[in-house]
Design a protein around this ligand. Structure first.
Ligand SMILES: CC(C)=CCC/C(C)=C/CC/C(C)=C/COP(=O)(O)OP(=O)(O)O
Length: 303
């Protein structure tokens, strides 16, 4: 335990979820009038500021990425935290800690690169069957992370939502989740959706139950049930783009593990052998470049 603590102090010093947000620089949000000002000097000045504005926006995106092809919504299965720890002879808890830091880096990159929604699979409804000490550690990590970063989320324009059945979580975590969700709900730079005690099958089942109830109550008729209506009833209805454009799964497993089963119908998939704690900027860039080279046809047109 002492060794673990020492490692934590040396290698896992607390980092902020997001560093100083580049997009909060007033230059980036400066709105210029659509028509040139009357005085030529003012016009030249406006044009110069406009160029700074444009180049600054572009500078946030690494060279191979094209802004118009960026995914709106990225979902991630953060697999391999325990394997990462075991490979290094470390306690599992340190794998989760390192995974948590990788989350912070990814949130920062998504904010900087203009991704609108990031959905993270933090705890599946099957994860309760893990050793109690591990589950307790994860619950503590979620609580500590949310508490420490709340102020920072608020400042960095990050909105937090939770999907899954949070009624089974420790009461203190439930209360904190309510507070974080309320405090950040007006933020619009990046929407981070954390799936905790989540099951994709259960999400579809609860949507069916809700629709069945509406039919029973005479609010709708069976013929009114459509894909659109089902989507409204899924837990991801809290976000602007409910269906992810890109799913990333780390650690070499090629499966969905009950994550966003309906919502991933047309997502592009990116799998990597890296364990989640090792997933950083270079690999995220690779995933996005791969995404930008895909032809998304939604089963309709030929190429
Ligand atoms: C607040 C927040 C979003 C925190 C994130 C912390 C974090 C990384 C959680 C992931 C938990 C989890 C069950 C991962 C699955 O991989 P695994 O650990 O089971 O790895 P394994 O496949 O090697 O066993």
């Amino acid at each position: 335990m002492a060794l673990a603590l020492q490692f934590q102090q040396i290698f896992l010093s607390p980092t902020r979820f997001c560093s100083q947000s580049k997009s909060t620089n007033p230059l980036f949000s400066l709105k210029l009038p659509p028509t040139p000002s009357i005085h030529p000097l003012a016009f030249a000045l406006n044009a110069a500021i406009s160029n700074i504005n444009a180049s600054a926006e572009e500078a946030l995106l690494p060279a191979p990425l094209r802004r118009e092809l960026m995914p709106n919504h990225v979902a991630v299965i953060m697999d391999g935290n325990r394997r990462w720890a075991k490979m290094r002879g470390l306690p599992v808890a340190l794998g989760y800690e390192a995974g948590f830091r990788a989350v912070g880096n990814l949130i920062e990159l998504c904010g900087d690169w203009g991704i609108r929604i990031l959905t993270l699979y933090a705890f599946s409804s099957d994860n309760w069957f893990r050793p109690k000490v591990e589950v307790d550690f994860l619950m503590g990590l979620f609580e500590r992370g949310l508490k420490n970063e709340l102020e920072h989320f608020a400042r960095a324009g990050i909105r937090i939502s939770i999907i899954g059945d949070s009624s089974k979580l420790p009461k203190s975590l439930q209360n904190l989740i309510d507070k974080v969700v309320k405090t950040t709900k007006e933020n619009s730079r990046l929407h981070v959706v954390v799936a905790v005690n989540y099951s994709g099958q259960h999400d579809v089942v609860q949507a069916c139950q809700s629709i069945a109830q509406k039919v029973k109550d005479g609010i709708i008729e069976p013929k009114d049930i459509s894909s659109f209506l089902v989507e409204q009833e899924l837990q991801t209805n809290c976000i602007d783009f409910p269906c992810p454009d890109l799913l990333i799964r780390t650690s070499g497993e090629l499966r969905l593990s009950n994550f966003l089963l309906w919502q991933l119908a047309y997502a592009e998939l990116f799998f990597t052998h890296s364990h989640w704690p090792d997933f950083g900027e270079a690999e995220f860039l690779e995933a996005l470049c791969s995404f930008q080279q895909r032809q998304r046809r939604y089963g309709t047109q030929s190429s």
